[in-house]
Design a protein around this ligand. Sequence first.
Ligand code: FAD
Length: 298
Amino acid sequence: MSLQNTPKNIEVSFEFFPPKSEKAEEALWDSVRRLEPVHPKFVSVTYGAGGSTRDRTHRTVKRMVDETDLTPAAHLTCVGASKAEVMGVVDDYLDAGVGHIVALRGDAPEGMGAKFTPHPEGFTGSVELIEAIRAHKPEFGKKFEISVAAYPEPHPDSQGLEKDLELLKAKQDAGADRAITQFFFEPEPYLKFLDAARDYGINMPIVPGVMLQPNFKGLKRISGLCGASVPNWLHELYEGLDDDAQQRELITANVAADLTMKLADQGVKDFHFYTLNKADLALATCRLLGLRPASQAA
Ligand code: FAD
């Protein structure tokens, strides 16, 4: 990686999760405040399994609308709720001034890996959810944004690439504006998936999701559950560092910046960072990419 040759004209977005405690809330808002001057395209807030964070997600995006210049995107899943309940959440987001939803099927309440079964009166998957959101307020038109998930490496439920492309195309046809990918660590699976998607007629942006998780044990666990592969070189980089959080953080920022630069070299312009609510790592990664908070711009 050449640090003197940082990519130009890339744009970033950041993902946060809603805090569980007062202390976590303080940490989140500290991160939000520190990342705001980087001028992300949008910031997204996740929705806990089975709607468990419904109120916290809502409170977090509402506060972002009220107190920051950020453009929040609220995640929403179909899990464990009737269609009417899910659309009630959509209305709550709209009333709060949120103009962007990340529409997802979600995982079974037992967690990733368990079989997804729709609620008896619920949406069967993300395509139905997108259609319902678009039909709900047609007057918003394309001013209202919908993002969806995509998987460069197969999702555990995948029935093969052809079916995955069919599903992603159906999401686009239902009204999705953009896909954000599951995290991955090497450019090739993403670039291959992107080519296959374009050949299939999927023209919406497919934004790489870049992970900033310095807890390697946790990363391995979650990767195993969601189908993301962890290359050997990554195991080697973190080897022996279980008790050295500082070194792991330095490595994490460099790994994320390296992947981003490689993709930027291939013409990718937009990147979504999974921040885990940690500003330091996201800021260091952005700095390695030549993106600085406005006040520190050279
Ligand atoms: P879909 O894309 O609808 O389906 C997932 C996979 O299942 C497909 O890739 C395909 O392999 C298979 N599949 C499903 N239906 C069909 C079909 N009809 N035909 C063929 N194959 C099918 N989870 C949360 O709980 N809260 C969040 O906030 C959250 N945010 C996320 C953000 C991003 C960017 C990503 C990538 C994931 C996120 N997730 C979140 C995880 C997500 O909920 C899980 O990965 C879930 O298992 C799938 O949801 P989906 O919308 O991607 O489903």
